[in-house]
Design a binder for this molecule. Structure first.
Ligand code: GTP
Ligand code: MG
Length: 199
């Protein structure tokens, strides 16, 4: 599929499950803790500086923002989790809006792929593991993007990827895509994964 990434705009901001679009257009959703780089990744994929608002303070994006790409797909910027204070007993770390996006979406079949971001230097946090288990339980296809690779040397990057694979994803068949919004490392690979998911 040929996608003109220059033909992209911010289409809608959703604060409530009732506002979610009833459309078959494929959706690729970005999930991850606050500050991990979801909005920056959208800008990088679209070759734009600031179409998606990059947080000055973590936890800013509390709505779901839909970016239309060439009328062929939506990139969906989900609220970051893991920032707001919460009680230790609380099992759910992501917002109820995020949960509704997956469980009460009027067009669930339009969700073709979740791009789950983790910081390559930190590895999956407890919250990330919970999110990934939620996605597995909800039967949503996802790929893992290990972001901010620019902060590591090439040797450190290989070691970190190998460790991630070995400790968390061995034998799961889950892709880990190294990525950086600073160097654009992984942009091509991620676009290929996205176009595969929607074709
Ligand atoms: N070095 C480096 N910094 C990055 C990268 N991606 C994002 N950042 C920085 O990390 C901070 C957070 O980035 P955002 O894209 O706003 O993160 P977010 O996941 O959208 O955060 P929330 O909207 O709060 O959920 C910003 O200061 C970015 O400039 C990256 O690949 N490399
Ligand atoms: Mg954001």
């Amino acid at each position: 599929m040929k996608i003109n990434v220059n033909n992209a705009d911010m289409r809608m901001t959703v604060g409530n499950v009732k506002q979610l679009p009833r459309e078959t257009r494929p959706q690729i959703a970005l999930s991850g803790r606050s500050n991990v780089g979801k909005s920056s990744l959208i800008n990088t994929l679209l070759g734009r500086k600031s179409l998606a608002r990059v947080s000055s303070a973590p936890g800013k994006t509390v709505t779901i923002n839909f970016y239309d790409v060439d009328k062929k797909l939506y990139l969906v910027d989900l609220p970051g989790y893991g920032y707001a204070k919460r009680s230790k007993e609380s099992k759910k770390v992501w917002s109820s809006l995020t949960e509704d996006y997956f469980l009460k979406n009027p067009s669930p079949d339009a969700i073709k792929l979740v791009v789950q971001l983790i910081d390559i230097r930190v590895g999956p946090t407890d919250d990330d593991v919970m999110m990934i288990n939620f996605l597995i339980g909800a039967d949503v296809p996802f790929a893992v993007v290990a972001t901010k690779t620019d902060k590591l040397s090439p040797a450190q990057k290989s070691a970190a990827l190998e460790k991630l694979e070995r400790e968390y994803f061995a034998g799961t068949g889950i892709d880990i895509i190294p990525f950086s919004s600073v160097t654009r490392d992984g942009k091509e690979v991620l676009w290929n994964r996205i176009t595969d998911a929607i074709s």
